[in-house]
Design a protein. Sequence first.
Length: 369
Amino acid sequence: MALKFTVLKTASDSAARLGLLETAHGVVETPVFMPVGTQATVKTMTPQELEAVGAGMILSNTYHLYLRPGSDLVKEAGGLHRFMGWQRSILTDSGGFQVFSLGKLRKISEEGVEFRSHLDGSKHFISPEKSIEIQMELGSDIAMAFDECPPCPAEYSYIKESADLTYRWAKRCKARHDHPYQALFGIVQGGVFPELRRQSASQLGELDFPGYGIGGLSVGEPKPVMYEMLEALDPAMPRDKPRYLMGVGSPDCLIEAVLRGVDMFDSVLPTRNARHGTVMTRHGNLTVRDRPFARDFAPIETGCPCYTCTHFSRAYIRHLFKAREVLGLRLATIHNLAFLIRLMEEIREAIRQDRLGQFREQFFAGYAG
């Protein structure tokens, strides 16, 4: 079995869904947030610590692992799970977004993308088939089709050509993919144009992927526009397949996207913010390394059950950052990931009790963003 997705409940007043996602390495309750382990590690966290904060699935990066240490090495090690010591589910992205972010270092054609490594400037070429071959060597539970992630803003004509190219590449990805336990998701594109989004969803739906990513959002467009695109997509997406909004991880966006039918999320936001001394709370972000917290002996968030909040104060964590002690980064990361994973647990419970709208109102009443 590569993947099984079951919708357990749909909210009565929104498109929110409660589900179970079963992979070869476990069962994941949805909606779910996936911590990002770009280079086969979630920065500063051990697999045991990830389990302790409740992570059931993480994401790793095809582009980075292809360049270093190489997918052939990972395969020789027994696959990504064994290589990194993580026995729960793993999703690998296709590398499309990373190639997009290279800007002038890459050249896109019908056949694929030629690019120069950000590590040493060496020249490489990734086709849809090559992306799939890399991900099959990595052995993740979920692989993503190779897509073009267009910039925002961009002209309608460019976005249409890009979405059409993504569709043609998706067909090639599916034809190449033959891993026995790995599921392959297609990726819906279309920029900020509702008709292109729906067209992309319809075309990819005909290919009958077991799940669908929603790409090309959270790349610079205003949040209300992202929500508009999700609303436009909802009726066009298969009802019995998981929907994965790529690269989204702020609490407000998670809640709003769940209300619009999204099941899966990932983002570097909680770990990146933590490394800069910014922590998440129900009242908004705090930059805990700032002077006002020098003598603040409260936890990051009162009532938070994570290891950081039950053992250490804001003042101590600030001290660690000012002293450039790596423990400060680790404690902030533990809290941020635990915060988002617990938020998703609360969202799932609200869907179960059919009160997600009420939960949203209560959360935003105290959240500063």
